[in-house]
Write a protein that binds this ligand. Sequence first.
Ligand code: AMP
Length: 398
Amino acid sequence: MCTDDFCAPESHLWRAVLREWEHWADRYSYPLVMNPIFEATELFQRGVGGDTEVVTKQMYTFTDKGGRSVTLRPEGTAGVVRAFLNSGTSGAWKGAYSGPMFRYERPQAGRRRQFWQVGVEYLDVEGPAADAEVIELGYRYLSAVQVTGLELLLNSLGDELCRPGYVDLLRRYLEERRSRLCDDSVSLIEVNPLRVLDCKVCAPVLADAPAMKDHLCDPCATHYQQVKSALDGLGIAFREDARLVRGLDYYTRTAFEYIATDLTVAQNAVGGGGRYDGLAEAIGGRRTPGVGFALGIDRIILSSDLVPEPEVDVYLVSETTPADALVAASRLREKGLRVDFDTEGRSVKAQFKAASRSEARAVVVLRAGGALVDARVGEERGDVPLPELASWLMGRLG
Ligand code: AMP
């Protein structure tokens, strides 16, 4: 099936990265939004775009027992926008999500059929500060999880007023160079020339292609300028990339991508996003401007230098019975410490081995009949009365 399991110790990094995500989403006041993992197929056809590769080739679509066509979600935005529209509220609305997505792609390093995305959507907002806040959140989070060689790419795609003129210009440019383009690009000239800009194979031909940012109408140019100034004000470096596009009509103005330049896999984008002022209408709702991003946790894991903190605070080695250790562990756990011990009554030597494997921050030896335990945190060691054990440990583990 080309899916993977992640267990400890590998899963420690996943946990650390996902915990950090919750922390950053909270800081920017994005509450959790939980969507179904499967939806009516039509939502993605309309919300992702009927002629995109994701929809035409990559969706896990099936007919359920009620005869409905349903699809495992290939991305998060359409579901969140639908949830917002269903909620019947209006005015600025935020949501953060985290969960598995599904695309039938050729599996390789950094590309899986079930992969994990986190993301935010900020809806019913138009101002450039919203774009900048969203971009900043992703950037700060990726920095916090130590993605190496992080780079932010930025572009503006204009809107329904200025983009059609630009698309004509681009189409003409491509027509004139038709013979030098790959077959896929040639087939896109008529239907969606913007997506040709994405083509890696045709890069040399596209070097001098007209850039959307030079053909923006005044309101779009002002918006773009203000997003860039806001990022400057936040001290976030970015590189303008005229070839960064989203091929669908409902994407407007800001487009951005986060790249892990040190990541040596076929695709080094760790996330991307933009403004999608036309999306809500495309899925049958009222016009709702919005901006958001999705980050790929699988690739973040591959490019992160983060060393996860130990997951166990205290390992109890028992010279008595597992039952004694169970009670002692329970008391420490009540105080909030993360505790592990051997439930099988194995030798003290075997328990010490397990303690060392667990990388626990402290090891405590429960002595036979003893009111005193032998507690060790790093180099520090003490004979501690059992009732004082929790406070002794917490004083040292913080
Ligand atoms: P997209 O939803 O296509 O804009 O993708 C956003 C991010 O999700 C990408 O930058 C990747 O980091 C990640 N991503 C997309 N597809 C996959 C996949 N098949 N496997 C792993 N990560 C993916």
